[in-house]
Every structure is written in structure tokens, then in C-alpha cells.
Design a protein around this ligand. Structure first.
Ligand SMILES: Cc1cc2nc3c(=O)[nH]c(=O)nc-3n(C[C@H](O)[C@H](O)[C@H](O)COP(=O)(O)OP(=O)(O)OC[C@H]3O[C@@H](n4cnc5c(N)ncnc54)[C@H](O)[C@@H]3O)c2cc1C
Length: 485
């Protein structure tokens, strides 16, 4: 631990770094169990930005209802992540959903059903107003943060704004607090436990370049703009293992979202992409669109030029899947001025979009023929070509004009990978040993999402469930709560 003579030192039981859902759930649960808690939040504003402030508010696990039978959810999590999520973490998530909802309700958080879809059963109230662009003030995420802050204050906890955590205090391998900057001055907080809840590393260009995409500036930051991987870098300095950093949760957006704020976070193009095809600057397919919008957003981010991809489809897709979703691509892309190339033939479409017409025609022909040939098979394109699955999303032929091409951008919402934790949210080293005194929760963690299929489990569920786990483990260590089963 470094000497910092003259630096003010504050003493508490638990320090939480970051006041999104993960941090505020951990803080409140710890305070509820009798611990003295201080949350340090770098944002200065009353309504400081973070991903929780912008959230769509749907609590789900793998896009299914979060309170379903835990054994079913367990299988679903293992399946969605192709076994990437370890058994203890899959257990934690699958058993934690129902409990999280009940706990949040007891805190005063209100939910409603946003649509008839099973996945929309638990949505934060009030929901967004189904319109393009950002819409967060007074909506579910904003209300959740304000409610959890006021609960924390009632429990004599503190949320200190404008305090940026700079480093962890390492005393012979145990984390004993943090060094921070508040109003330009250094200070220290000594604590029995530190919980990293900083929301991931999606806004840090050098980390994104290292792990996700060679072209971070060509991704659309579809998020609150506050997650720089500070916790990841600090935890690594103490020997923490990291996992799953190559992938992110996000969606495919119109390329114009980079300059037009009405085109993010909604509408997104996922329904068009999974019904039609996605091609590169040579008019050739390069990814399995049948794995869904999150997977395609990751593949686009990995291109040498992530702004070179376009989605190609026909009138039937535009008028069918194009209208799916609460904030559908059709008509919002048109209404908000997104670039869309439209032409009566594929040849003319190619000329408008800047492709060799013969290549586009061949690409579409191969896709249409594969659709017919596949019959009942779930694999359309053989694995020696760019594969295409049709198990989850129904691919449609691209056959009758007018034909469409929409330039795309990959929208990064949060990084799926990060600091490796166990089922008590304790940070682990490469050899599996715990770093005493150090916890990580929410989007700062790694190992709960991703894997070969880039499995999306759920950002809110992950934040809330790991937040409860961390707080309960700290309390149990200090004899304030029964040991976690
Ligand atoms: C548009 C949008 C829609 C979404 N919709 C859904 C949805 O419907 N369902 C779902 O499950 N998920 C959804 N998500 C994802 C989900 O909202 C997030 O995964 C979740 O809110 C992350 O919570 P968190 O607490 O980990 O991070 P955050 O909410 O981002 O909070 C992290 C906090 O840490 C602070 N911080 C960072 N570094 C420091 C530092 N050094 N010192 C002090 N403070 C620091 C930040 O300022 C921030 O306030 C959506 C996200 C977005 C952006």
C-alpha cells in the first residue's frame, strides 16, 4: 500500500465503485444487512449518466422470463453461452432472477408487462415511450436509480458524486480500500471490502482496440458513455483474471447513428438483418446472420472497416420483419432520415450502393438457392461457406423488388467480458484463488456472458444478481448474515 501523507482518509465497511444498478443493489443490500456503505460515483450531475440510466428496462434471462423455473433457466444459460458460463455462475443467475425481482419490488421498484411477449413480463415502470432516439428522463432506469439512492440514504449509506476511483489499496494481496479523486484532490477510503461496479470498458478506445475491434472510432457508442474499464485495469494490477473480453452486447444500427442522435439506441436493424443478409464492401456475406443481431454487431465490429457493411433485403422483408419490434426499422429509419438505397433491380441497387452488380447478384442467388435447398434443415449454408443457421430466426428470400440496402454501424452497449468472479462475486486470480476484500459486479465482470456463440444473458439481471451476491458475501464474512448457500 502506498504512503500518502496528508491525504484525507475515510473509514467505512464497504466501498462501491460506481452507482449503476449493480453498485446500488450491492450498496443497499449491504446496508440492509447492517454494513456502513459509501458509493463513489464519478458523475457529478444529479442524474449522472450510466447504462442503467439509459436502459430499456427489461429484466430477462437469455430473452426469457426471469422468474421461470431455475433448472430451465440454468439449461438456457448453458445453451445460450454454449457452456461458456461456468456451472456456479449459471446457478447463481438462474436461481437469482425471481429473488432479484422480489427484492427490487420490496425496495419500491415498480414493474409492468410491456407486451404480450414472455420476455416483456418484467419491465421497469414507467417504460420508454416507443420512440426513436434517447428517452430516459423519468423512465424506468432513471426512476430505479433515484429510488435505490433514496433507499440507501434512509439506511445511512452515502452516494458521493464527483468522486473517481483511481486505484485499489493493496495490502499484501488483500484489497483494503481505494484511492480516489474528489474535486481535483486525492483522498483515500479504507474499507473491509471494495466492490467494482463501473459498468465495463466499452468507452475506452485502447481497451476496445486491444480486445474487440481494430477500429474503435468506427463503432457507435450505444451507451451512457461512462465505462472506461478503470476497475478492470485496477483489478488486473492486483492479479485478477479476466475473461470473455472479445465480445460485447449491442445491436446493428444505421450508419447514420454516428451523426444522428435520433437513430440510437433505437431503432435497430436486427430484424432486417436476421431476415435478409449482411454483406461487406465487396457485396459478399461474411457472417452468420442467423445467430442474431448481437452476433452480427460483433462481426461487423471485427471488419477492417466496421462502417463498410450493409444489410440487403427486399420489399417483403421491409414490410414484414422490418415492422417488428416496439421501435421498428420501418418506418423509423425513413422518418429519421437514415440512408437507404432502394432500386427496382439488384443490378441497379448494386450501382447505387457502390458494388459490382454481378457479385451482389451471385451473393443473393446463392442465398436464395440455399433457402430452397435447406428444406427442414437448420443449416442453410454449408460450413465451408459463410454459414447461415435458421433455427432461431426465419430467413426470407430476397426475390421481389424493390430491393433495399442499408449502410450499418455496429452499436456497442456494454462489454460482455471483464473481471473473473466466483458465485459470491469475489474477484479471482488466474489460479482460481480469491483476492480477499475485492468484489466485482454487473458489466464489470467476465465469465457470465459471451462464449463462442456470443450468448447474451441480460445486463440488468447480471447487475442485480451479482450485486446481491457480493453484498451478502461481505456481510457473511463479517458475521452479519447467514452463510450463502
Ligand atoms: C439503451 C440501452 C438499453 C438497454 N436495455 C436493456 C434491457 O432492456 N435489459 C437488460 O437486461 N439490459 C439492458 N441494457 C443493459 C443494462 O442497462 C446494463 O447492462 C446495466 O444497466 C449495467 O449496469 P452496471 O451497474 O453494471 O453499469 P452502469 O449502469 O453503467 O453503472 C456504472 C457506473 O460506474 C461509474 N464509474 C465508472 N468508472 C468509475 C470510477 N473510476 N469511479 C467512480 N465511478 C465510476 C459510472 O459513471 C456509472 O455511473 C441496456 C443498455 C442500454 C444502454
Amino acid at each position: 500500500m502506498s504512503d500518502n501523507v496528508g491525504v484525507p482518509v475515510y473509514q467505512t465497511d464497504v466501498i462501491v465503485m460506481g452507482a449503476g444498478i449493480a453498485g446500488l443493489v450491492a450498496a443497499n443490500r449491504a446496508a440492509q444487512l447492517g454494513l456502513k456503505v459509501v458509493v463513489l460515483e464519478q458523475g457529478h450531475e444529479d442524474q449522472y449518466l450510466c447504462n442503467t440510466r439509459y436502459t430499456g428496462g427489461t429484466f430477462h434471462l437469455c430473452m426469457r422470463e426471469i422468474t421461470l423455473d431455475p433448472s430451465l433457466l440454468f439449461d438456457l444459460i448453458r445453451d445460450t453461452t454454449a457452456g461458456f458460463v461456468t456451472e456456479p455462475l449459471a446457478q447463481l443467475l438462474s436461481k437469482g432472477g425471481g429473488r432479484l425481482i422480489a427484492w427490487l419490488q420490496a425496495e419500491g421498484i415498480r414493474f409492468l408487462r410491456a407486451s404480450a411477449s414472455e420476455y416483456h413480463k418484467w419491465v421497469l415502470a414507467p417504460p420508454g415511450r416507443s420512440r426513436p432516439g434517447l428517452d430516459w428522463e423519468g423512465r424506468g432506469g432513471d426512476v430505479l436509480l433515484r429510488t435505490l439512492e433514496s433507499q440507501l440514504l434512509k439506511r445511512a449509506g452515502q452516494l458521493q458524486r464527483g468522486v473517481k476511483v483511481e486505484s485499489l489499496l493493496d495490502q499484501q494481496g488483500t484489497c483494503v480500500g481505494v484511492q480516489a479523486t474528489a474535486k481535483g484532490s486525492a483522498c483515500q477510503y479504507h474499507a473491509k471490502a471494495v466492490v467494482i461496479a463501473d459498468g465495463g470498458f466499452q468507452c475506452n478506445p485502447s481497451l476496445v482496440r486491444q480486445y474487440v475491434s481494430s477500429q474503435p472510432a468506427k463503432l457507435k457508442q450505444r451507451n451512457g458513455g461512462t465505462a472506461f474499464g478503470d476497475g478492470l485495469l485496477m483489478a488486473q494490477k492486483m492479479g485478477a483474471a479476466i475473461s470473455g473480453t472479445a465480445h460485447f452486447y449491442g445491436h446493428v444500427l444505421s450508419k447514420d447513428a454516428l451523426t444522428n442522435d435520433q437513430l440510437w439506441p433505437y431503432p435497430y436493424l436486427d430484424a432486417l438483418v436476421t431476415a435478409g443478409i449482411v454483406v461487406n464492401s465487396s457485396a459478399q456475406r461474411f457472417t452468420d446472420e442467423g445467430r442474431g443481431g448481437v452476433s452480427v454487431a460483433n462481426a461487423v465490429a471485427q471488419l477492417d472497416d466496421p462502417l463498410s457493411a450493409m444489410c440487403v433485403f427486399d420489399e417483403a422483408i421491409w414490410k414484414g420483419p422490418g415492422k417488428n419490434g416496439l421501435i421498428a426499422a420501418n418506418p423509423h429509419l425513413v422518418n429519421e432520415g437514415a440512408t437507404i438505397f432502394v432500386a427496382p433491380t439488384l443490378q441497379e441497387l448494386a450501382l447505387k450502393a457502390g458494388w459490382d452488380p454481378s457479385v451482389l447478384q451471385l451473393t443473393v442467388k446463392a442465398y436464395n438457392e440455399a433457402l430452397v435447398a435447406a428444406g427442414a434443415s437448420t443449416v442453410l449454408m454449408p460450413s465451408d461457406e459463410v454459414p447461415r443457421h435458421n433455427k432461431k430466426y426465419k430467413p426470407l428470400p430476397i426475390q421481389e423488388g424493390p430491393f433495399y440496402a442499408v449502410p450499418m454501424a455496429s452499436g456497442i452497449t456494454y462489454t460482455m467480458g471483464g473481471i473473473v468472479i466466483n458465485a459470491q462475486a469475489q474477484v479471482l486470480k488466474q489460479d482460481g484463488q480469491v483476492i480477499e476484500g475485492l468484489y466485482a459486479v454487473g458489466a464489470a465482470t467476465g465469465g457470465l456472458e459471451g462464449g463462442p456463440q456470443i450468448g447474451y444473458v441480460g445486463g440488468l439481471a447480471k447487475g442485480g444478481i451479482t450485486g446481491l451476491a457480493a453484498a451478502e458475501h461481505v456481510a457473511s464474512q463479517l458475521g452479519l448474515a447467514p452463510p450463502i448457500r
